[in-house]
Structures are given as C-alpha cells and as structure tokens.
Design a protein around this ligand. Structure first.
Ligand code: 5GP
Ligand code: MN
Length: 344
C-alpha cells in the first residue's frame, strides 16, 4: 500500500494542540487506534488529548496511557467540548460519520481546527475533513494506522521504530476487529501481525488480557442467550437474540460483556445472518448488531432498516422501538431487503 503522508506530516509538525477522537460504544479498534496514535504522537514530543464518547471495555484499560487519561465525553461533556474548541488539529479514528461521536458532531464542524480522518468503514464523510485516510481494504483502523505510521519519515518503513505501547495498541485493534483473525483478514493483516510480533509485541499476553478476561456471570449470560434466547428464522437463514436490561442486571453486565455474542449463531450451517438486539441502559433505543457469512451484505440492511452502517459482514445501528416489537420489525426488514443489496 502506498500512502502519501506528506500533508499529514505538515499538519502534525504545525499542530500545538491535538485531540484524538474515537466512536460511541468504543470497541478494541477504537480504543486501540486512539491510544496507538497517542503513543506515536507522544514519541514526537506532542501531548494529545484522547476523547471517547462513552465508556470502553474494562479489559482494554491497560492501553490507556498513564500520562494522559482518556476523557469519556458523556461523563464530562463540557470539558470534551472545551478541548475540541481550543484544539488546532482533530484526528478522528475508526468512525465514518461525525454523528458516530454522538455528542461532538456540531463542535467538530464549527471549529476552525484542521480535521483528519483515519477510518476503514464504507461511505466515510470525506468532505468534512481536510485530510482523509479512508479505505475498506484493511482489517481495521489500526491496520490502516500501522500503514500510515510506516510511511511517516521518522518510522521510515521500520516497525522497530514504532514505540512498543503503540505497537501493542495497534495489535489489539487489529486482533479484535478480525475476531482474532477469523474475518476481514487481508494479506497485509498477517504481515502486520508478523512484523509487530517481531517488534516485540507479546501476542499471547494481549490475547489473554483482551479476549480471556470475562466474569463467570458473563459466560453464564452467553450460555443463557444461546440456549434460551436464540431464535432461528429458517426461511431467512437468519438468527436473532434479544438482550434486555433485566437480563443485564441479572448477570451483572458490564460494557463489553456482549462482545462476540452476535457471532455465535453463525457457527450454525444454515444461519447466514445473525442479529443481536440490546436494550440501551436508559431504555431510549435498542442497539442493533448485525453479522453475516461472506456472501451476504448486512451493511445495506443496517443502512436501510436500522439507522446505521458499518462493514459488509459486520454492521450496527439503532432502533427506536420497544424491545418486544423488534422481532416483528426484523422479520419485515428481512422480507423487504432487496436481493440485489443482500448479495451485493
Ligand atoms: P458492533 O455490532 O460490533 O457494535 O458494530 C459492528 C460494526 O458496525 C462496527 O464497525 C461499527 O462501527 C458499526 N456500527 C455499530 N453501530 C453503528 C451505528 O449506530 N451506526 C453506524 N453507522 N455504524 C455502526
Ligand atoms: Mn474498526
């Protein structure tokens, strides 16, 4: 991949006050990419701030730089807005639309600061940025950021020059977005993994910290979902599960606990689409997670029926309906989903 980093280099060298921003409901790629960018910029003598719209899984707290705590916007929105307003460079990572910052779309649009996007989703809002690194031909934003860093003059193609904590964050984002190398893997993804391990990244340690970190209650909740909640729709080769606030309470749910649940039904031979519908804590909406086997496109399904988007085989969105009305809506959406989009 050949990347022109010259304009980015100019932006970075001229910036005095940098803010790194990830998406709402941050996953491993969002946390990994903002913290990787932080460690790289710190190695260049910068002191960026990190903003995440909502809390991220506890299992990734080891990626948070000691020197710079991550500001969770919904816990201190006034401070987040102040940081955005006074910055001269904003770098948005792992989000294709400013609305994915949940609270900061207007603030980002209104500031005269330079804006850079680094993202791997479909249909990014390129015109809202002064500079955009956007491609869907990578596993993750962390893989794209890795490629960008290699092309920067100070790294000059040598992974050994990537600071170790930066390399670890990059690895975590790639590992989580590929489900530990099971989907969205490109030849460059394995290349990146190999080079980061050679750089000194401890793959097993990161895997244990991030993927084998759950409580007993979470594992029991997973069993409950599969045994008692999974509904199969044979006509659509689809499966879905509903996760209510009552169940979350019953199983002492913490952010990140439902990671991976939506993939489980795809292990069934005749299931090609899987959906997880999760009641939001405040009961304001239902969070939608969609996954598909390789020949089915769920991104169009998310855009058309679920107020969302994402990737071809992994998308998400929201439904403003009571949880009990979701199954009928889902079946109707599947009925109405045009074949030319489903198989696109
Ligand atoms: P997840 O199901 O893991 O929450 O999300 C899967 C993918 O869909 C991620 O790449 C995520 O960025 C995207 N996604 C999740 N929720 C939304 C949403 O509300 N809007 C959009 N545009 N994308 C989403
Ligand atoms: Mn991602």
């Amino acid at each position: 991949m050949s990347i022109d980093t010259e304009p980015f280099e100019v932006f970075l060298s001229e910036a005095r006050d940098i803010v790194l921003i990830g998406h709402f409901n941050p996953d491993g790629d969002a946390v990994g990419s903002v913290t990787a960018a932080w460690h790289y910029l710190r190695s260049r003598g910068k002191h960026p701030h990190i903003l995440l719209p909502s809390p991220y899984p506890e299992s990734m707290s080891f990626l948070e730089p000691n020197e710079q705590k991550i500001l969770i916007c919904e816990q201190n929105l006034a401070e987040a807005r102040r940081l955005v307003a006074r910055a001269d460079l904003l770098i948005c990572l792992d989000l294709n639309r400013l609305a994915r910052t949940e609270y900061l779309e207007r603030d980002i649009l209104e500031t005269p600061a330079r804006k850079v996007l680094i993202d791997h989703h479909i249909a990014a809002e390129l015109d809202r940025f002064d500079l955009a690194f956007s491609t869907i031909d990578v596993s993750s934003t962390c893989e794209l950021l890795y490629q960008i860093l290699l092309a920067m003059p100070d790294i000059d193609g040598d992974p050994a020059r990537i600071p170790l904590p930066c390399a670890e964050s990059l690895y975590v984002g790639m590992m989580t977005d590929t489900n530990n190398f099971s989907n969205s893997v490109f030849p460059g993804t394995f290349d990146m993994a190999a080079r980061l391990i050679a750089r000194g990244v401890d793959k097993d340690d990161l895997q244990e910290k991030v993927l084998s970190c759950y409580s007993v209650a979470r594992t029991r909740l997973m069993g409950h979902m599969v045994k008692d909640k999974m509904v199969i729709l044979p006509r659509h080769k689809a499966a879905y599960m509903l996760l209510s606030n009552k169940e979350k309470e019953q199983y002492q749910f913490v952010p990140g606990d439902s990671e991976g649940f939506v993939n489980l039904p795809l292990a069934i031979a005749d299931v090609e689409i899987s959906a997880l519908f999760t009641e939001n804590a405040a009961g304001e909406y239902v969070r939608v997670s969609l996954r598909s086997k390789s020949r089915i496109n769920v991104n169009r399904l998310a855009v058309r029926f679920f107020n969302g988007g994402g990737h071809r085989n992994a998308s998400g969105g929201r439904l403003y309906l009571p949880l009990e009305e979701v199954p009928a809506y889902f079946e109707k959406a599947l009925d109405a989903y045009p074949d030319e989009e489903k198989f696109s």
